[in-house]
Structures are given as structure tokens and as C-alpha cells.
Unconditional design. Structure first.
Length: 396
């Protein structure tokens, strides 16, 4: 999409064509050929018709990630894919707003404005800088479309002095044309720039897999999951930090958080390896990334099944936002031939296989087991005190 096309889509005529395209997608979901035909009949100009069709499709896709506001926003395909989920951005913005009530924040590399919108909604004075002129224009258009205050400047974020703002936010690019970049030295802007920024009042979104050894002293690292899927880690500079490590879990029931202060000291209950009890708990990915599995164990009055495995076991039934809960039905043979016989004897034909700490490919194992019963089951393959173990469980 060109800047001129974006500008036209914001005119009354362009908005009308977008409405036609959105209606066509609603009437013919999954049929882009018919949608394109409807839009071309409304406006025969091929570039305008294509732009409206694409925007309507991206808006429809964006609802799952950004909520109903996506139906008013503008996107490019890659920018939509890279944008922060609305619930995650809202959490971060609310936390920053609580730290600097009514303050100002500069989004350094704001993209199409996903986080910028959240900052503005949270009552912060928000401004963005974006190197790509088209994305900068889209971010400004999205602020305008949602009736939110804020300004966006097209320029180099690394050349800007953020000290005129109460806080700075950055989300360094971790992709190139060849795919994801796992080495922090290859991020754009690079890691030294991130460290310099964190010396001020700032927060930086980073890859969830960032090593704990890379975390600067005094910085809080927060891992965030949404709907059971780890989405990001955020580094909070020392004057915004409230702990060392945090796991934040966003789910259907709302938001919950664990910190390293919730983890027991070494040797206390929750850190001990113990035999499998009546219940098994699978910690959320954010909890695992934050290194807070022992906090889950302490919370369910349990212990670890193995000092190197992120499964918790206990004798009491708990529901916790920080882990999936299972009732242990029985231990089955770990060897494949005997395991198949045990599952067949129980009439299990549909089997969910979960594994941790063992060299098993669930899809391949499921094929080799060739089960044909009419019962469902969940099998956990893991190590207990260093030994391969198969547990038949049921969620509760």
C-alpha cells in the first residue's frame, strides 16, 4: 500500500468503499474472489479496489488479536502479524500509567501503533517515532480512527533523545528477511542501545527466550502469556521495576501474576523433588520462562517431579491460573509395547500426549500406538526423579 492510497482510504469515498468491502467479507467469508468482484463493481479502479479488499480482510483477521477496534484500523499484513495483542498491550500500558500517572511516554519504533493506542487509552500522553513512513502514517491514522490523542513522527528512533518524556518504550525488531534473529546483537536497534535506554526510565519488549544471564542488574524481567501462550518478555528499568522476575498470565478469568518473592527459598516446601501424588500441575509457559515453577509448587502445597522438569505434583486438588491441573489416574508402563497394551486394555482410542524432558515426538508415537478404542485419554510422558515415566491423567 502506498501513502497516497492510505490517504484516499481515509476520505469519505474511501471509507465508503471499505464499508462495501467489509460487508462483502461478512457475506462471503473465505471467498476472496467473490469479495473482490463485489468491491470492483463498487469502484472499478483496480488499485483502490485491491486496497479496500485487503484492508477489510486484515481488519477481519485483526479482530482476534486486537478486538473490535480492529474493524476501524489500518494495517499491512506483516505489521498486523507483528503487532502486540490488545490484552497484553493494555496490561503493560496500565502498569506504566500506574507508575507515572498522567505522564508522557515515547514509543520508539511504534510500528502501526498497537502499543501507542494502549498508552493513549490508559491516559498517558503518548507519542511515537517510526522509521518506515508508511507505518508511521498508519499509526497516526489508527489514533485518528479510534479518536485517541497522540502524535507520530516518521524518523530514526535511535537519533531521538527520550529524556523529554517521563518514560520510553521500545520493541526492537527481531526479524530479518531470513527469519527470526535470536542473537541480541542482531536486533534493530541492537542490544547496546537497549542497555543505554534501560539506564533511563524505560521498558523494552524482548523475545520470551531471552537468557536470564543477559538481564542487567536492577532490571525487572516480566514474561507475559495470553490464553496459555507465551507472547513476550518485557524489561522494566530499575526505577520502574518492582521485583526481579515476574510471570503474568492473562486468561478468560482475568490477569494474575507471580514474582520471585512468591518462590520458596532453596530447601523449603515447593522446591523438593517428591514422588508423584494424586495430582499433577503443568505450569504456564510464562511461569517456566520466569523460573518460577517452585512458586507454583509452593502454591499447591506440592513439589517437583524432577529437579530439571517443569511439572509439579501434590496430594491436594487446586485450580490455579498459573498451571493446568490434572488428576493422576494411574502410572502406565513406559516401554512402548507394554504401553500400547495398557492403553488398548482401557479402550482408549483418542489420546492426547503431553511430554516434557523425554525424547518423544507425540505425533509419531500416536501413529505407532495405533489405538482404536472409543475412550479418550491424556498421557503425560516425563521424567520422575530421573526415570522415564508414563502417567494417565485427566484434566479438572
Amino acid at each position: 500500500m502506498e501513502l497516497e492510497t492510505l490517504a484516499w482510504l481515509q476520505t469519505p469515498e474511501g471509507a465508503g468503499l471499505l464499508e462495501v468491502a467489509s460487508g462483502a467479507w461478512a457475506e462471503h467469508p473465505g471467498d476472496p474472489v467473490r469479495v473482490a468482484g463485489v468491491v470492483r463493481r463498487a469502484d472499478p479502479d483496480p488499485e483502490r479496489a485491491a486496497a479496500a479488499t485487503t484492508q477489510a480482510q486484515l481488519r477481519e483477521r485483526g479482530v482476534a488479536k486486537l478486538g473490535e477496534a480492529a474493524r476501524l484500523m489500518f494495517f499491512t499484513p506483516d505489521a498486523l502479524e507483528q503487532s502486540t495483542r490488545a490484552r497484553v498491550a493494555a496490561h503493560r500500558a496500565a502498569r506504566l500509567a500506574a507508575a507515572i500517572p498522567g505522564g508522557s511516554v515515547i514509543d520508539l519504533g511504534c510500528g502501526i501503533g498497537g502499543d501507542l493506542l494502549a498508552f493513549a487509552r490508559a491516559g498517558l500522553v503518548a507519542a511515537g517515532v517510526e522509521l518506515d513512513p508508511l507505518r508511521a502514517a498508519i499509526a497516526q491514522a489508527n489514533l485518528r480512527a479510534l479518536g485517541l490523542p497522540g502524535a507520530v513522527h516518521a524518523g530514526d528512533a535511535t537519533a531521538l533523545d527520550p529524556r523529554g518524556f517521563d518514560a520510553a518504550f521500545a520493541d526492537p525488531a527481531r526479524r530479518t528477511g531470513r527469519g527470526r534473529v535470536f542473537d541480541v546483537k542482531g536486533w534493530t536497534p541492537p542490544w547496546p542501545w537497549v542497555l543505554d535506554l534501560l539506564a533511563r526510565r524505560a521498558l523494552v519488549k524482548v523475545a520470551p527466550g531471552i537468557g536470564h544471564d543477559l538481564l542487567p542488574a536492577g532490571v525487572e524481567a516480566e514474561w507475559v502469556s495470553d490464553g496459555g501462550e507465551v507472547k513476550e518478555a518485557v524489561l522494566w528499568s530499575p526505577d520502574l521495576a518492582t521485583t526481579g522476575r515476574r510471570a503474568t498470565v492473562i486468561g478468560a478469568g482475568g490477569l494474575a501474576t507471580l514474582t520471585d518473592e512468591d518462590a520458596p527459598a532453596p530447601g523449603e516446601d515447593g522446591t523438593q523433588v517428591r514422588e508423584v501424588g494424586a495430582f499433577l500441575y503443568e505450569p504456564d509457559g510464562a511461569v517456566i520462562r520466569a523460573g518460577l515453577v517452585t512458586a507454583v509448587a509452593a502454591g499447591v502445597s506440592g513439589g517437583l517431579v524432577d529437579e530439571h522438569i517443569a511439572y509439579v505434583t501434590g496430594d491436594e486438588a487446586f485450580r490455579t491460573p498459573f498451571a493446568r491441573s490434572y488428576r493422576v489416574l494411574e502410572e502406565l508402563p513406559y516401554r512402548e509395547k507394554q504401553l500400547r497394551a495398557a492403553l488398548q486394555a482401557r479402550g482408549i482410542g483418542r489420546l492426547a500426549i503431553k511430554k516434557r524432558g523425554v525424547q518423544v515426538v507425540p505425533e509419531e508415537l500416536r501413529k505407532r500406538l495405533a489405538l482404536a478404542g472409543d475412550q479418550e485419554g491424556t498421557l503425560v510422558l516425563t521424567r520422575v526423579a530421573g526415570q522415564g515415566t508414563a502417567l494417565l491423567v485427566e484434566p479438572f
